[in-house]
Each structure stands twice: as structure tokens, then as C-alpha cells.
Design a protein around this ligand. Structure first.
Ligand code: GLN
Length: 188
């Protein structure tokens, strides 16, 4: 499997290392043509406003959107989730606007903007997953065909709709490979 990681800003190499540890090819995606021949794409954590701005600048927003709409599996982690969301609380416009979710940025406030939790996500594994949150968003609304995969403190932090998968947390910053394995299965 050849998995691309959008490489404009954010935690790229950590995702690539996890993909390689699972025996697959992980490549950086820096321009439209880099997407040729990939089986899936990861939109990493970072700063969604910065990544969105760069996507527009290099004229990749629409081609990426089209690829995902035509079925390319995508996993948005944290800022990547914000990029995919159809709407963002308190903001007038979004970025790719293709997943039927509404998100709230920096939803955990300034005091606990980073924290860890061990949670079982039954769709992914029967083992508890170490979830790392770094100024993460939460999902505040979902359409009826969005599958909620995980809640922490009653807040939705992972979901799936067709070929689109999002997590508010960062599995690439842990040693655990289960969530990457789950996404690679989605790409099969
Ligand atoms: N707070 C960031 C944003 O709003 C997301 C943080 C992250 O990706 N770790 O884009």
C-alpha cells in the first residue's frame, strides 16, 4: 500500500514512520502530482489555518477535494479533521468542507490543551489505545451517516463517513500502530 502524508506543515514524519513500520510505503505529498498512485492520504496535525492557506496557495485545495470526493481514503488527524469538516464553530468558512461534521477548534481550552487518555475504540482494537490530545478539536454535530467511533468525556473525538476517517488525537505521537493499521485497511 502506498500512503501519502500531506506535507505542508505539521507532524508528517511521525506518520510516515508508522506507515513504514507496518511494512507499507509512506511518501510526502507536497504538490498535486505527488498524489498520483497513492492508495490513501493522511492530513496531519498542525495548524489548520496554516495548512488551509498553503493548500490554497499551491492550488491543491480543489484537486485534493476532488480526489477524496472520488473515493480516495483519507484520515485527518486533529488539524486534518478541521480541514475536512463542512463547518467550523465560530468561523464563517471551512477548508475542504467534505465531511458532514461540525467541529470546535481548541475545544479543551487553554489550561488542559494537551493531555493523554487510554481508551478502547472497539472498531479499531480490543486493546486500549493511548490517545494524545494537543490543542485538539471535538466534533459537535454529525450527519446521520457519520459513524461515531470514540467519545472522551462525552465529546466525539473520532468518526468515519464512507472513505473519510477523522481523529482529534495523534496516534503518530505514540508507539501504538493500531490506528494506522486500521486506516491502511480502509485503503485496501
Ligand atoms: N489547534 C489546531 C488547529 O486549530 C489543531 C492542533 C493540532 O493539530 N494538534 O488547527
Amino acid at each position: 500500500m502506498k500512503i501519502g502524508v500531506l506535507s505542508l506543515q505539521g507532524d508528517v514524519i511521525e506518520h510516515i514512520n508508522h506507515i513504514r513500520k507496518l511494512g507499507h510505503i509512506g511518501i510526502e505529498i507536497k504538490k498535486v502530482e505527488d498524489m498520483n498512485g497513492i492508495n490513501g492520504i493522511i492530513l496531519p496535525g498542525g495548524e489548520s489555518t496554516a495548512i488551509g492557506k498553503l493548500l490554497r496557495e499551491i492550488k491543491m485545495l480543489i484537486p485534493l477535494r476532488d480526489k477524496i470526493l472520488s473515493g480516495l481514503p483519507v484520515w485527518g488527524t486533529c488539524a486534518g479533521m478541521i480541514l475536512l469538516a463542512k463547518s467550523i464553530e465560530g468561523e464563517t468558512d471551512g477548508h475542504l468542507k467534505i465531511m458532514d461534521i461540525k467541529v470546535k477548534r481548541n475545544a479543551y481550552g487553554s489550561q488542559i490543551n494537551s493531555f493523554k487518555r487510554n481508551v478502547i475504540i472497539s472498531e479499531i482494537s480490543s486493546e486500549p489505545q493511548p490517545l494524545v490530545f494537543i490543542r485538539g478539536p471535538v466534533i459537535t454535530e454529525t450527519a446521520s451517516d457519520v459513524k461515531i467511533l470514540c467519545k472522551v468525556d462525552d465529546k466525539i473525538v473520532a468518526a468515519k463517513q464512507n472513505n473519510m476517517f477523522v481523529t482529534a488525537f495523534h496516534p503518530e505521537l505514540t508507539d501504538n500502530l493500531a490506528v494506522h493499521k486500521y486506516f491502511i485497511n480502509m485503503c485496501n
